[in-house]
Design a protein around this ligand. Sequence first.
Ligand code: TXA
Ligand code: MG
Length: 352
Amino acid sequence: MNTIVEVIDENNIDGKALETIKKAGEIIKNGGIVAFPTETVYGLGGDGLNPESSKKIYAAKGRPSDNPLIIHVADMDAVEKIVRDIPEAAYKLAEEYWPGPLTMIMNKSEVVPYETTGGLDTVAIRMPSNKIAAELIRQSGGYIAAPSANLSGRPSPTQAKYCIEDLDGRVDMIIDGGPVGIGLESTIIDLTSGTPMILRPGYITRENLADLLGNVDVDKTILDASSKVAPKAPGMKYRHYAPKGDLTIVEGEPGDVSKYINAEISKAKDLGKKTGVIATKETEKMYKADSVKIAGSRDDEEEIARNLFTLLREFDDEDVNVMFSESFNDTGIGQAIMNRLLKAAGHKVIRL
Ligand code: TXA
Ligand code: MG
């Protein structure tokens, strides 16, 4: 398949850009699939109400079809059509956080095909704030089913070049809207059973949600590798975000961490391995790896979130085989950072 790539400036959706978005909308209405920017990560979109489109998305990503897709909408009317009984909490959350990086799970109505929900009676819904995404949803008939636009298992794409790397020749079109702002996927909250439960941490934190809703549970499997229970979001059970090399997280005092990592790096180098470290602005100079990457400043979790997936992809591009990362706080956005990092490391953590 020939993949069309088009560049659009989110802050200047002029006549030509609008034409491009309309063309992408036509592709989706006709059952095709298009990668597009959102504020979190790039998505791979198809018509959420067309079972054939969902099948195409699974095939293009190489994703297991029991892993449900998020339906992206542009207004609340659309939510009313695909949900049976919208709970009060959903209106509250929408008022505060939509459009934005929050996905809500609700009971689906019959118009949503099981191909989109991976066979579940619930549906995940998000209203993205990215202007290209919002316009594309309107031009596509109102319901875009979209997972992150990466091959299954790889880090979610934060730039169009990573969509091209993974999906060129596998999708009809890729819209390049520049680098994303947030860099980690949306927070997912399940509103279908009693106390609202966070199934995937993200930019909207547990603290944010508890402020608004009162009691909020967190799926125990989010940070705990030893949990025997399956995560409630089917996608969270897969090894994810994985770089090609071997990643270990090292937790402890900065001096101890750098000493440990440098000793391990020296051993790996002796074996002819190419080594990498995910460090912070504060600690960068302490490491002797072939490739030392700065995730950001310890004072700026948003910066670390924005850079994380990009760093993992860069290690792949540089053919780094052995990587170490510092550990981060697991409160606030840190919970999302640690959740993705732990998955990327296959939960390999050294506690000093
Ligand atoms: O920020 C995001 O959410 C990005 C952008 C493109 O919007 N999308 C994204 O989609 O991350 P994806 O497919 O990579 O992740 C969706 C997650 C999966 O873990 C999936 O299992 C879960 O949401 N999910 C979807 N529908 C669900 C449902 N009905 N019940 C429980 N989990 C669900
Ligand atoms: Mg994904």
